[in-house]
Design a protein around this ligand. Structure first.
Ligand code: T68
Length: 798
């Protein structure tokens, strides 16, 4: 506080204490960072470079303290100074540089990479504004800018010595070398600077400290007379974005491709800066000899967002290093691997060829050449089959020519993985079957995981202490050890301890809920939690319809037997996603009515917690009894919230989708509430022609509840304000089979209700969930990547 902040403890507020604590922790972090970099440099080891447009880091203080083994010491030291660590940790803003699962997965993965001593760098964008802050006003979502760096970020280090310059726009000149060979030269219309900020990533145990390197865009003074003279200057300038805007804001659309020019520029900007950074480091060790590049460097593409890195590396190898095409392709295609996170057609990225031509003219040429050579391969396998060619081509012909980034990624990568068994199987079977036929080894699975350091040790200290007391304290590194808890599942004393902790966590959350919403909830009630981005396929509206059905049952029969239940939601909707916002509004309107209807005697409460984010998840997850994982089968690639909740002793009500299937395999069918159509049944239903009206007319409860939405019961003075939901489920064709799954869902909920009534049974099931989650540590995911794809060796740090 004295040396870094220039302030005095007598006048320090919580924020100053927070900053001062960071400063003293950072000294330890930086010392290990230096040792790690030295060790990696001298061992000249192969390293993975995780390219991701999103890293959803959350807060770093608690994580860094736990991983350094300094949490208790710091807490004690601060206590001696009259300061409460928990309070000052609340001063830290979330680093919300991501939308949801994909961004959080990247954050868990870099934690595990450092923990397992693998040489790794995370590369991404240094957004000035992360995901928007969500306010709820009169029940509706309002977006406000997130300003996470307003008071500085004590963890990051600015590295002006590693600035990169990136080209955009302009034109390509074709030249001829003395030997007659064609040489292409890109004359850019604009240069922007990339300034790197390093966030240290502290591995558990505090030895390896890797970095997350995030690029900020800046204007460069460069003015391109060349382009000016060629007459292209004005054209290029017309839609030129200001350099600084490139890293201004994270696009808030998860699972939909926005098609915006600035987004493409963001993707190219961080991919190109990162590649230059990697190449600079490679050349320092290997000079101009490219022979060892793909032995030293592996680049993992987190979805197709950084896929433009593939033609960028080709451009560098061909135009700059002057390698021939085959040599360049050999290097490039041994360097990249690609992770697919979705099968939703609207989420598969495509860019208009004309946009690429304007922004990255040379890259478009290279993409055409990659495609041309690939089409020859296709022709050799399926001679004369134009349909297959059309399907596999990187270029989609149509009224507007589009570049398919998924196809480019599969063709340009040596490995492609899905994120859960079923998802990877569907990637092979439905998304890329011909690619799988061409390269039978290329497509594979790596099931997602979560870091148990953040998602159990740090966020649930009570349960962590109990577990350590029973099985020792190396479970954060060896999560499979949790299996030892299995033998306590029937032990009455352990059950009591376990459920007492759950209750205490619920009491804590109830306080937060009261402070955040003014709603009082009963910690003895079931805490039923659905936390994830708002999306039709995730079916928050299925949950809502069921809540309304319970409400009706209680009104019709005041003696209706059920365990009191609090339904808790947390979800952000993409700002342009109308129906998603309508669903948030509906949840809030139903909540308003239900929470104030005294006839219910508090049997049901509904809470929508605003501004769901990593730090709020850390408070909700330890307090959850039920985990809602209710996506339409075949739509949720994996899910990771499902793993976090189960690890903390919540029971899943879920469909046979994504990683739910593997969770069910681990915990056993008797410890999870599975319901609903399977992937095959959804397919069948579609084939035979799905008609939601069948369910509407057949099931009285469905009809009553949907018709209820159409009245002004939940929106006094605003009749019909919730009609869009009913409309989408009937006239809209109910694309996500909400009505088809309703009855089965309702039964699963009934089973859960009955199970909760049996305290000992519930405790046993909850314990077994925690005990059997070992598989889902992100350490296991990383080991899978290392063995199947990256082929890395750990590198010890002193
Ligand atoms: C999620 N995808 C999957 N996408 O939906 C989830 N998309 O099943 C999976 O567990 C998780 O990835 C990790 O594999 C996303 O979160 C996005 O956030 C996103 C963002 C921008 C553009 C497209």
């Amino acid at each position: 506080m004295h040396c870094s902040l220039g302030t005095d403890e007598n006048k320090a507020n919580n924020h100053a204490w927070y900053k001062a604590t960071c400063a003293s922790v950072q000294e330890h972090v930086l010392e290990q960072l230096r040792k790690t970099q030295k060790s990696h440099y001298f061992n000249d080891t192969r390293a993975v470079h995780y390219f991701s447009a999103e890293f959803l880091m959350g807060r770093l203080m608690s994580n860094n303290l736990h991983n350094l083994g300094l949490f208790e010491k710091t807490k004690q030291a601060l206590l001696e100074l009259g300061v409460n660590l928990t309070d000052i940790m609340e001063e830290e803003p979330d680093m919300a540089l991501g939308n949801g699962g994909l961004g959080r997965l990247a954050a868990c993965f870099i934690d595990s990479l450092a923990t397992l001593d693998f040489p790794a760098v995370g590369y991404g964008l240094h957004y000035e504004h992360g995901l928007f802050r969500q306010d709820i006003k009169n029940g509706a979502q309002i977006e406000r800018p997130d300003s996470w760096r307003d008071y500085g970020n004590p963890w990051e280090i600015c590295r002006p010595e590693s600035i990169q310059e990136i080209s955009l726009y302009g034109y390509v000149e074709t030249k001829y070398k003395d030997n007659g060979q064609v040489q292409k030269e890109w004359h850019p219309g604009m240069i922007v600077k990339g300034l790197p900020w390093d966030i240290p990533v502290v591995g558990y145990g505090g030895k390896t400290v890797n970095v997350l390197r995030l690029w900020q865009s800046q204007a460069s003074n460069y003015f391109n007379w060349d382009v000016f003279n060629a007459g292209g200057y004005v054209d290029a300038q017309k839609e030129n974005v200001q350099a600084e805007t490139i890293s201004k804001v994270l696009y808030p659309n998860d699972e939909t491709e926005a098609g915006k020019q600035l987004r493409l520029i963001q993707q190219y900007f961080f991919s190109a800066c990162s590649l230059k950074d990697i190449i600079r480091r490679y050349k320092r060790a290997n000079g101009d000899d490219w022979k060892y590049f793909s032995e030293q460097v592996v680049i993992q593409l987190n979805d197709t967002h950084p896929a433009i890195a593939i033609p960028e590396l080709m451009r560098i190898l061909i135009d700059r290093a002057e390698l021939d095409w085959d040599t360049a392709w050999d290097i490039s295609s041994k360097t990249f691997a690609y992770t697919n996170h979705t099968l939703l057609p609207e989420a598969l990225e495509k860019w208009p060829a004309r946009m690429l031509e304007k922004i990255l003219p040379r890259h478009l040429e290279i993409i055409y050449e990659i495609n041309h050579r690939f089409m020859e391969k296709v022709e050799a396998i399926w001679p004369g089959d134009n349909q297959i060619k059309q399907k596999l081509s990187i270029i989609e012909e149509g009224h507007e020519k589009m570049v398919r980034m998924g196809n480019l990624s599969v063709i340009g990568a040596f490995a492609v993985n899905g994120v859960a068994e079923i998802h990877s199987a569907l990637v092979k079977k439905n998304l890329f079957p011909e690619f799988d036929q061409m390269w039978p080894e290329k497509l594979t699975n790596v099931t997602n995981g979560i870091t148990p350091r953040r998602w159990l040790k740090a966020c649930n200290p009570r349960l962590s202490a109990l577990i350590s007391e029973k099985i020792g304290d190396d479970w954060p590194l060896h999560l499979e050890n949790l299996a030892t808890l299995d033998k306590y599942a029937d032990n009455a004393k352990f059950q009591k301890q376990f459920m007492k902790i759950k209750h205490e966590n619920k009491v804590d959350l109830a306080k937060d809920v009261l402070a955040l919403t003014g709603i009082t909830i009963n910690p003895k009630a079931i805490f039923d939690v659905q936390i994830k981005r708002l999306h039709e396929y995730k079916r928050q509206h299925l949950n809502l319809l069921h809540i309304m059905a319970l409400y009706r049952r209680l009104l019709e029969n005041p003696n209706y037997e059920m365990q009191p239940r609090v339904f808790l939601f947390g979800a952000k909707a993409a700002p342009g996603y109308k129906l998603a916002k309508d669903i948030i509004y509906a949840i809030n309107q139903v909540a308003m009515r239900v929470n104030n209807d005294h006839r219910l005697k508090d049997k049901i409460k509904v809470v929508f917690l605003p501004n769901y984010r990593v730090s709020l998840a850390e408070k909700m997850i330890p307090a959850a009894d039920i985990s809602e994982q209710i996506s339409t089968a075949g739509k949720e690639a994996s899910g990771t919230g499902n793993m976090k909740l189960s690890l903390n002793g919540a029971l899943t009500v879920g469909t046979l989708d994504g990683a739910n299937i593997e969770i069910a395999e681990e915990v056993g069918d008797e410890n999870i509430f599975i319901f609903g159509l399977t992937v095959d049944q959804v397919q069948q239903l579609n084939d035979q022609g799905y008609n939601p009206y069948d369910y509407y007319y057949k099931n009285k409860e469905i009809k009553a509840v949907l018709d209820w939405l159409d009245t002004d019961y939940f929106t006094p003075d605003k009749p019909g304000a919730l009609a869009s939901i009913k409309h989408s489920l009937l006239e809209g064709g109910d694309p996500y089979k909400v009505l088809a799954d309703f009855e089965s869902y309702s039964q699963a909920q009934l089973k859960a209700d009955k199970a909760y009534a049996d305290k000992s049974l519930w405790a046993k099931m909850a314990i077994l969930n925690t005990a059997r989650m070992g598989k889902f540590t992100s350490d296991r995911s990383i080991q899978d990547y290392v063995q199947k794809i990256w082929k890395l060796k750990p590198c010890a740090v002193e």
